[in-house]
Write a protein that binds this ligand. Sequence first.
Ligand code: ADP
Length: 373
Amino acid sequence: MRRLLGSFERSLSLLNSIPDGVIAQSDSDQLIYMNDAIAHMSGYPSVEAMSNVTVTELLSRLQIMNEHDQLLIATQLPGYLALSGQQVPEHEFRYFNVAADELSWLTLKAQPVFDSNDEVQFTVSIIRDTTQRKQLEARTIELVTERERVKVLQRFVNDMSHDFRTPLAVLSNSLYLMQKNTDPERQQAHADKANHQIQRMEKMLEELLHIARLDENKVKFQLHWTDINAILAPLILEYELISTDKSIDLKFIPESEKCFAHIDQFQFEHIFTNLIENAITYTPNNGKVTITTGTQNGQVLITVADNGIGISADDLPRIFERFYRADQARSANTGGNGLGLSIVQRIVEEHGGQVEVTSVINEGTHFVVRLPI
Ligand code: ADP
């Protein structure tokens, strides 16, 4: 072994000039070789000052941790494991860099050294500080995320400006025609049109503020154990007038008399105001809108189904995106802004639930909201 170690040391003398740490050990606790980099990493003034240092002492200096933040002990070191004759693949660990006085990263790779009888004499471990690479990776991820955020923001501002420009143009045109016209009836018609655009912009601003507050986690959800049938019944009643106007058959079918879930009533009402309004808006005259409640597999299920214009398979995966509107809805000129469903999805998720949609073009759409009980 002395001969093997001698030739190993000779070939490793060169390695004193490289930044990687190298140690050799012949049992769980005895260090038989280490280079300058190891002394530096573990905070010893020189290799000479480490002459009687054991593996355990070295570990107590380096404080190498596994993925569960537990300190490694000597028998868990790759160098010890390689004493059985196996090559131990490279592993990455966190450790405390004494010289830099900070938590750092290193990789450890160990290899057995055999004598002429194929017996393992000792193992050699290469220790590489990978902190800089790790920091660079983290910085790259941060930069990519930041770039994504800027892109999303740019798209958001573009969509928003575009969506405000349309009602503003109609508003300005209506005001101009109101001034030009002397006929009171026509003036009233233009005033109504202007008023409608103002309401549309108000709604959009409200929704934008709602989204911003949800994004900044400023909305405090007060969840209470509530009978959702008791909330939905009066809410649906509010839509009787507009559904009658369109001769739409609006129905509420609760599975049982009471149906309880933990909800924030205000936000819950917002979800169904949106889904029911959409169902009525995107269903032509004489259509049908049905709201049902029930329980299934420990969840409360609320469905809003219509037999309206439907959503194409291409549009379906995108309708929860901000400002996204299917072509059909755009051409129906319903004056929507594509923000409602993104808010619905956020609120449902804040309740720990999911919202799903299925739809067939010209046959109808089916939204299901699932909430945990
Ligand atoms: P909008 O203000 O445009 O209604 P939403 O976010 O509420 O915005 O909905 C996004 C899009 O999803 C709508 O523009 C429409 O294309 C589609 N959509 C939503 N609900 C329905 C429905 N019940 N039937 C058909 N299309 C729907």
